[in-house]
Design a protein around this ligand. Structure first.
Ligand code: 4NP
Length: 149
């Protein structure tokens, strides 16, 4: 079983969408997808209403998810850890215990434009169109990720 972790800051907007989108594109008997945040602000909460709505519009239900904080143990569980932005990337990389851990950490948009280190913009303080934009970016990246399995 391949295991993929999606990481953002709060685990209520971007990474829950990434989790739901990738799950919709893979055989979930063969690929386990989860998500986490670098911060614990929203632990135990459902994804943001706006993320739930935009996912629903595209036929994806993310209401089974609850937010949690990234844990060092995730390095033992997951094969790949996709971070949404530069700040999440640095915050996870600093927790790596060895080179094997470090190599698991990637920026998700590098799947589209390798080495560009582009970030998925944080939609939390914006409107619904920001969530739509995030969904489209993640859909393109997850299509490429899914094609690897
Ligand atoms: P996310 O968005 O990292 O995509 O889940 C955010 C959610 C909450 C906050 C910031 C970003 N916050 O500051 O509470």
């Amino acid at each position: 079983m391949k295991k993929v972790l999606m990481v953002c800051l709060g685990n209520i907007c971007r990474s829950p969408l990434a989790e739901g989108i990738l799950q919709s594109k893979v055989n979930t008997d063969k690929v386990f997808v989860d998500s986490a945040g670098t911060a614990a602000y929203h632990t135990g909460k459902l994804p943001d209403k706006r993320a739930i709505e935009v996912a629903f519009k595209y036929g994806i239900d993310i209401t089974n998810q609850t937010a949690r904080k990234f844990s060092i143990k995730d390095f033992d569980i997951f094969d790949v850890i996709y971070t949404m932005d530069e700040s999440n990337y640095q915050n996870i990389l600093i927790l790596a215990r060895n080179e094997a851990d470090e190599q698991k950490v990637k920026m998700i948009l590098n799947e589209i434009h390798a080495t560009k280190n582009a970030s998925v913009p944080d939609p939390y303080y914006g409107g619904q169109d920001g969530f739509e934009n995030v969904l489209k970016m993640l859909d393109e990246a997850c299509e490429i990720v899914a094609s690897k399995f």
